[in-house]
Design a protein around this ligand. Structure first.
Ligand SMILES: Nc1ncnc2c1ncn2[C@@H]1O[C@H](COP(=O)(O)OP(=O)(O)OP(=O)(O)O)[C@@H](O)[C@H]1O
Length: 315
């Protein structure tokens, strides 16, 4: 089966700024593909080129077997899109707006709009201009999913959503995948990509710095930890954690008999928990690092500022 999305050397320059540099992506049909990277790494630019909202400076893209440029409305109807900078306003009610949009998309199954709105907890009777940012985002998600498109292109889809709604969104993505649809999702939130995606490309400065399946990228191994235990000495605990749990950080004695630790685990949490379990655990917090730190720990280089080059004629 041909790829749902295929790009070859896809590039976009804005004057001296290279937003996307020679991107080769293959998104298999029926998969969830995550595009992750820090602000300014080229995620939005890539998605916009796939939708022909902007045109590449160089390279080619194929979306559902067609060129975004020549695919026209027939291609567009097979895609559900939520932009990263969703702007909705005015006095029109949510339900009316969605029905107008449904006239432009592929047929929307009866009840689809209401059932999506109910799942996300969105009140369709409110004027769009009075909705909060999170509720406008929900409206954007309903319009992206309502016609069961073959391809969903979702730019930072959970921005502004509370955790319960984020979970519902992930469920919607899983269901779309189970129904054979393809999802391309951008995010700077690592955990979201890890939960949703089969394959991931990590972008930095418009270039792919890592690509593969989520498990093999091992982006989830780093953890920040804080804990307090009783029944040991700082030096003893520090030694045990460093030897057994890939711990880097500090262990100090504080008030009473509590020993406090704060640091980073480079492996899984299991050896760490097993060391702590030898003592009375008074407090424990395990946190995921941000994307930047995870990728830095893996690839040993920091995210850098967007690259600037001499402008080329015609860019
Ligand atoms: N219209 C534009 N004119 C000039 N530069 C632009 C334009 N759009 C994007 N850029 C630049 O291209 C680079 C990539 O931006 P892009 O919005 O694609 O990144 P992103 O990964 O989506 O970031 P974010 O998460 O902040 O949305 C950035 O350096 C940005 O400043």
């Amino acid at each position: 089966m041909p790829a749902a999305i295929q790009t070859h050397a896809l590039s976009k320059r804005y004057g001296a700024t290279t937003a996307v540099a020679s991107l080769d992506l293959t998104v298999e049909p029926g998969s969830v593909f995550g595009l992750i990277g820090p602000n300014g790494s080229g995620k939005t630019t890539t998605l916009r080129m796939l939708l022909d909202i902007i045109r590449p400076t160089a390279g080619t893209a194929s979306v559902l077997g067609a060129s975004p440029r020549s695919g026209g409305p027939a291609l567009r109807r097979r895609i559900g899109y939520i932009p990263g900078d969703l702007r909705l306003g005015g006095r029109i009610r949510g339900r009316t707006l969605l029905h107008h949009l449904a006239d432009l998309s592929s047929p929307v199954p009866p009840g689809s709009i209401d059932s999506l709105a109910e799942r996300l907890g969105l009140d369709l009777s409110r004027p769009v201009g009075t909705l909060s940012k999170g509720n406008r985002q929900k409206l954007g998600l309903v319009q992206a999913f309502m016609h069961n498109p073959d391809l969903l292109i979702l730019d930072e889809p959970t921005s502004g959503l509370d955790p319960l709604v984020q979970r519902e969104f992930l469920e919607m993505v899983h269901e779309a995948r189970a129904a054979g649809r393809t999802v391309l999702l951008s995010s700077h939130v690592l955990s979201e990509i890890q939960q949703a995606a089969d394959m991931v490309a990590v972008l930095s400065q418009g270039r792919v710095v890592a690509q593969g399946d989520v498990a093999s990228l091992r982006l989830n191994n780093l953890r920040h930890v804080r804990a307090a235990v009783a029944g040991t000495e700082p030096d003893t605990l520090q030694g045990q954690l460093e030897r057994s749990a890939h711990f880097t950080g500090t262990v100090t004695a504080r008030e009473g008999n509590a020993v406090h630790l704060r640091g980073t685990l480079a492996g899984g949490v299991d050896p760490f928990i097993k060391v702590l379990a030898r003592y009375q655990v008074l407090d424990l917090a395990v946190e995921e690092p941000d994307l930047e730190e995870s990728v830095l720990s893996l690839y040993g280089r920091p995210w850098e500022a967007p690259q600037t080059e001499e402008p080329e004629p015609g860019t």
